[in-house]
Each structure stands twice: as structure tokens, then as C-alpha cells.
Design a protein. Structure first.
Length: 269
């Protein structure tokens, strides 16, 4: 066992949130985790929280049993060659970088490096994430379950057998919060035009989203059945839904999802 159980290479918002969530869940103590960030201010913040900190990212790779790669995808071309030069026992590598493939990481770190790609979304920072995972050939099922257990403490997880599914699923979890925020923004703007205070409109709409999501998660009715249950014949909701259907809401979302997925594949080239 190395000096630290867990390391974060790139302890920004998401990397820090993952470490904090694991600590809250009791998976390890802050002193058992080593966090890298170039910012001296953020290093001091993490130090005050009890974490070990470093300004040398190779220390994370060589000193931790599990290393979370939480830097931006465009930084991988800088860090991978440096990590490839590190000696000693290789850690379990967990990457949350969209578009950075196993092939790219294995080309630098070696095909014998156990790697698990993880795609969390931003609600993870509140413990309400939706995370997808897939392992490479060098990673064991036990390692996959270990990483899944970590992210299970911060929301829900889904495991895929094929790496390309991380691209296919992006619109439905990773990008979906932006869709929802856009819909909320449009609803609040409309409410204001009808004399409703923006804060009141947001409160009502957010609670409606929470309740609607819970009804969907019961899975006793399909989304289509739930829509019909709200749409009383000749009522107000039917009028609204007819506008959405006439304007092609489903086609718009399908096109948006296709564009999102295509861009994910482009980033991976």
C-alpha cells in the first residue's frame, strides 16, 4: 500500500467534490488523500480541511493507491507523458475527462494500467449525481466495484460494458442539467411576463421538477402515461402540449442529443 489511499490530480470543483463526498461517506479520512492543485490558495483551503496537498502532480501518481484524473481534457497531452515517466507500482487510475479514451491513456501509461473512466454530472457536487462507469481490460471487476461504491455515495451509478457508451449517454446525464436549466429559465421568464415574481416562479417550478422526477422514478407509469394523466380532455395542459408538439419539441431534443454525441466522438479523436 502506498502512502495515500486516494489522490486527486486536479482538485478543482468536481475533483474536490468527489474527495469530499468520499470523506463524508467514511471511505477514507482527509489525511489519507493527497490533492494536487496549482493554486496556492486552493492548496491552503484543502490543507485547512485536513487533506494532504501538493503542487507536484507526479507525487499524486506515485504516492496514491487510487488516482482521480480530474484535469481538463485539453491538459492530458501535457500530463500523460510526464506520468508515463514515473516509476514504481502503478495506481488504479480513475478518469472523469470527457473524450479522453482508454487508447489515449494506455498509449502513454501502458496497457497494463488499470483505468476506469467515469462520467459524473454536476449535481454530484450536491450528492445527487448520475454517474456512468466503464473499465478497461487491465482493471478488475473488484476495482470497478470499488470505484462504483465511491460514486454510489454521491447519487446513482450505471456501469457500461463498452467504452463508446460513455459518448452515447452524455446528453441524458452529463449535458442534461443544462437542458433543464434552460427550460427552467424559459419558464421563469414567462412567469415574470404574467406578473409572477421570478423567485416565486423558480420555487414553484423547482418543486414541481422534484415531484415529477419522483413520480417518474416510481416506474409504475411511463412518461407518456404521466403526460396523459395531467392532460385532462379540453383542459389547459392539452393546449400547452399541442404547442410543444406542433413546434417539434421531440425533434429538437433528438437533434440536440445527436449533435452532443457527435461532438463527444470528435473530442475523442
Amino acid at each position: 500500500m502506498k502512502q495515500y489511499r486516494f489522490g486527486v490530480l486536479g482538485a478543482g470543483n468536481m475533483g474536490s467534490a468527489i474527495a469530499d463526498g468520499a470523506v463524508r461517506a467514511g471511505l477514507f479520512a482527509p489525511a489519507e488523500a493527497l490533492l494536487f492543485n496549482r493554486s496556492a490558495e486552493k492548496q491552503e483551503k484543502h490543507r485547512r480541511e485536513g487533506y494532504a496537498v501538493t503542487g507536484d502532480y507526479t507525487a499524486v501518481y506515485t504516492g496514491c493507491d487510487t488516482v482521480l484524473l480530474a484535469v481538463k481534457p485539453q491538459n492530458f497531452d501535457e500530463i500523460l507523458p510526464v506520468l508515463a515517466g514515473c516509476t514504481g507500482e502503478k495506481p488504479l487510475v480513475v478518469s472523469i475527462a470527457a473524450g479522453v479514451t482508454f487508447a489515449k491513456m494506455e498509449a502513454a501509461l501502458g496497457a497494463d494500467t488499470a483505468i476506469i473512466r467515469v462520467m459524473p454530472n454536476t449535481p454530484l457536487m450536491l450528492g445527487e449525481g448520475a454517474t456512468q462507469l466503464v473499465k478497461n481490460a487491465a482493471a478488475t471487476d473488484a476495482q470497478l466495484q470499488q470505484v462504483r461504491a465511491l460514486f454510489d455515495t454521491m447519487g446513482v451509478t450505471v456501469v457500461f460494458d463498452r467504452e463508446e457508451m460513455l459518448n452515447e449517454v452524455i446528453p441524458f446525464a452529463g449535458s442534461a442539467p443544462a437542458y433543464i436549466y434552460a427550460f427552467a429559465d424559459a419558464m421563469v421568464q414567462s412567469a415574470v411576463q404574467h406578473g409572477i415574481a421570478a423567485d416565486d416562479a423558480l420555487t414553484l417550478f423547482c418543486q414541481t421538477m422534484i415531484g415529477s422526477a419522483k413520480m417518474l422514478l416510481r416506474r409504475d407509469k411511463t412518461p407518456a402515461e404521466l403526460i396523459r394523466a395531467v392532460c385532462s380532455p379540453g383542459g389547459t395542459t392539452v393546449e400547452a402540449m399541442q404547442v410543444l408538439e406542433q413546434r417539434g419539441l421531440y425533434d429538437i431534443l433528438a437533434e440536440a442529443n445527436d449533435k452532443c454525441i457527435a461532438r463527444a466522438y470528435e473530442l475523442g479523436k
